[in-house]
Design a protein around this ligand. Structure first.
Ligand code: CP3
Length: 350
């Protein structure tokens, strides 16, 4: 059996059509998700494998998506490391981590012992998912996790986290190393449980200038990625607001770079070089365009990425809760149909 288009695209192999999945595809824009949420708090949902698996599968029942992504949160494993965490709805850390003592108090993560419910969710999703649809496991990038741990809650500028990098760089590096090792353990446990690709979300990469991105965020991610070399599954690094950072990630040992909507994929590909697949990058707001305009906008993303194998269609960031599910249905169909026509034209013309 040939490999599913999502996995083939991750490895820059030719595909019969461009695979598509959508960041936050399981979530509040779906009425069936809101029905589950009316019975269970978000934090409880994360820890309940049957409910987490159900919610993960919901978008796959509606749309012919090319991958599933586990329903969880980037902060979930931190609760397994002793962090007192709540969601209001953004993540809130009761005691922000700003001292050496607080860093030392972070326990190493043993996923099977500390977050068994995540691994059980993965096994349940795998059992309920069509064999041809891969499941993506994920974690937060160490720097993005540091932002929440040091600030204690979501913030526009994450000033406390950024000033921590400058006021106590040695402590910041130590915290990042701990997080890097914990996320390596977490992701490899997800792969053993059945995840067929692994994604690291660096949602706050865009806060950093290239030098600080290299010194803090990328150094830590390299440590995670090096430990995952033997996992045997494609790795995706999502670099939100990373248009100034593409040269920095070109030699990172991942298969795919996830790209936000602010840069054109053609330019991104030129800066990354031939060794990386790209994932993205339609503006989530484009789902509010008229059907004709949405087709045009999606076509532009496909055209930008064309010319080399290795494109996974996605939004540039998570889908908005206000989005009409019918717009998602039209987007998925259009991406499949238009890219299948180009693939057929390309191969018959050769
Ligand atoms: O729309 C929903 O799905 C609501 C459920 C929800 C999630 N996280 C799902 C999630 C809620 C309430 C949270 C809490 C949370 N965690 C917030 C507030 C979210 C909100 O919209 O109110 C935030 C900002 C976080 C931190 C976080 N979680 C980040 C930065 C990321 C990485 C992706 C990104 O948006 O940059 C996550 C991952 C995440 N949260 C996933 C899910 C289902 C996994 C990724 C995916 O499905 O694509």
């Amino acid at each position: 059996m040939s490999s599913p288009p999502f996995l083939a695209a991750c490895r820059r192999q030719p595909v019969p059509y461009t695979p598509i999945w959508i960041m936050r595809q399981a979530g509040r824009y779906l009425p069936e998700y809101r029905r589950v949420r009316s019975r269970a708090e978000f934090a409880a949902l994360l820890r309940d494998p049957a409910l987490a698996a159900e919610v993960t599968l919901q978008p796959l029942r509606r749309f012919p998506l090319d991958a599933a992504i586990l329903f969880s949160d980037i902060m979930t494993p931190l609760s397994g490391m002793g962090v007192d965490l709540s969601f209001e709805p953004g993540p809130v850390v009761a005691e922000p981590i700003r001292t050496d003592a607080a860093i030392d108090a972070l326990a190493p993560l043993v996923p099977e012992r500390d977050v068994p419910f995540v691994l059980e969710s993965i096994r349940l999703v795998r059992a309920g998912l069509a064999p041809q649809v891969p499941l993506i496991g994920f974690a937060g990038g160490p720097f993005t996790l540091l932002c929440y741990l040091v600030c204690g809650r979501p913030s526009k500028e994450f000033g406390a986290a950024r000033s921590f990098l400058y006021s106590n760089p040695a402590a910041a590096e130590r915290l990042l190393d701990r997080l890097a090792d914990a996320m390596a353990a977490y992701l490899s446990a997800q792969a053993r449980a059945g995840a067929q690709a692994l994604m690291l979300f660096e949602s706050w990469a865009g806060l950093l200038a290239p030098r600080e991105f290299e010194r803090f965020a990328l150094r830590a991610v390299r440590r995670t990625v090096a430990a995952l070399r033997t996992a045997g599954v494609p790795l995706i690094y999502y670099v939100n607001q990373g248009s100034a950072l593409m040269e920095c990630v070109a030699d990172l040992a991942v298969d795919v770079i996830g790209v936000d909507w602010r840069s054109a994929l053609g330019a991104v590909r030129r800066r990354l070089g031939p060794g990386k697949a790209v994932q993205g990058n339609l503006d989530p707001a484009a789902l509010f365009a008229s059907p004709e305009d949405l087709r045009e906008l999606a076509g532009r993303v496909l055209d930008e990425a064309a010319g080399a194998p290795g494109h996974i269609f996605n939004l540039g960031h998570g889908i908005w809760p206000e989005t009409d599910p019918d717009a998602v249905a039209r987007l998925v169909d259009h991406v499949h149909e238009r890219s299948a026509r180009s693939a057929a034209a390309g191969s018959s013309g050769r």
